[in-house]
Write a protein that binds this ligand. Structure first.
Ligand SMILES: Nc1ncnc2c1ncn2[C@@H]1O[C@H](COP(=O)(O)OP(=O)(O)OP(=O)(O)O)[C@@H](O)[C@H]1O
Ligand SMILES: [Mg+2]
Length: 296
């Protein structure tokens, strides 16, 4: 059965998309079958992996983007699937086993236009029903969410059993984490009546992953503060009993920013062996820790 995981923090810009794109690539290159669902209307993961020319085609037609499943009688998630999404300059598929459900800018309309929708089936339930058809094909289904739990994000959270919280070593990431815990509880209460047997546990926060760590910065104090907050939430049973700060963390490296422009995960950027060798090692360590942190 696929592990279904949302990457979420109420603080924006902490590295959710960068982590998910690079972890998905590491997992696929290690032989896992991975589906990345982009649920952020900014479309950063989709543009990164498809590159602008392919993504523009979807954005202008609206066909093949996740929003199309919410229009009655239209597409299914299976119709949106881009298999082996990562291509090199020659169009060769270079990461077999990494598939994408892309989004486009129109996903923002999901937040406002469903007054006429079926009140007995919220968008997250439609999404979940369609995702179930694809699940058996994957080891990991990863949801890139915006920094909130509004309708688009709810699709990922409702379908997930696990949540990981990317964080920077600063006070605002801690605030974002705290707000996430509160909003997650509210969403679980609101969606409880729609849950069916066989869905597994409602998404639980199982880990914090520190990202963009600068070499000359001591992160012990922000780490201790995060650990104390995590302990508090664990004792209140608001996060998983196994929730932890990951031992592996990702350093700050220019190559991460450059990889976006090149439309490649860092591991495929030609010169990663020089500047980025260590950040690729970081992503691989986080991916290994994620694999080992499977819920029991
Ligand atoms: N390890 C890293 N080293 C250097 N830059 C990084 C690293 N991780 C992320 N970044 C940069 O930080 C910025 C924010 O990253 P990213 O878009 O992944 O965050 P996000 O949490 O997905 O943001 P949003 O909340 O807008 O979705 C980007 O410019 C990205 O290139
Ligand atoms: Mg993002």
């Amino acid at each position: 059965m696929a592990r279904k995981i949302s990457f979420l923090n109420y603080k924006g810009g902490v590295g959710k998309t960068s982590l998910i794109v690079n972890l998905a690539s590491c997992l696929a290159l290690s032989g896992k079958r991975v589906l990345l669902c982009d649920l952020d209307t900014q479309s950063n993961a989709s543009i990164w992996l498809l590159r602008l020319d392919r993504w523009n085609g979807i954005n202008s037609s609206g066909e093949g983007a996740v929003y199309s499943i919410f229009n009655p009688g239209n597409a299914t998630l299976a119709d949106c699937l881009v298999r082996d999404v990562v291509q090199d300059k020659n169009g060769e598929k270079v990461i077999p086993g990494l598939d994408l459900i892309p989004t486009t800018f129109n996903l923002v309309d999901l937040e406002s236009d469903l007054e006429s929708g079926n009140p007995n089936q919220p968008p997250y339930s439609i999404f979940h029903e369609q995702l179930a058809e694809l699940e058996d094909d994957y080891d990991f289904i990863l949801f890139d969410c915006p920094p909130n739990i509004l309708r688009a994000s709810q699709c990922g959270v409702y379908s997930s059993n696990e949540i990981y919280v990317p964080a920077n070593p600063d006070a605002l990431s801690l605030v974002g984490f705290t707000l996430l815990v509160e909003k997650l509880q509210k969403f679980h209460r609101a969606s409880a009546s729609f849950r069916r047997s066989g869905m597994g546990v409602p998404a639980e926060i199982r880990g914090i992953i520190f990202n963009s760590i600068k070499g000359n910065v001591d992160i012990e104090v922000p780490k201790i503060r995060m650990q104390l907050r995590l302990n508090q939430f664990r004792s209140q049973k608001k996060v998983s009993a196994q929730a932890k700060i990951f031992n592996a963390q990702v350093r700050d490296a220019n190559i991460v920013r450059r990889a976006v422009t090149l439309g490649l995960p860092v591991v495929l950027v030609g010169d990663h062996r020089h500047e980025g060798e260590s950040v690729v090692t970081d992503y691989n360590h986080v991916a290994d820790e994620l694999v080992q942190h499977e819920p029991t």
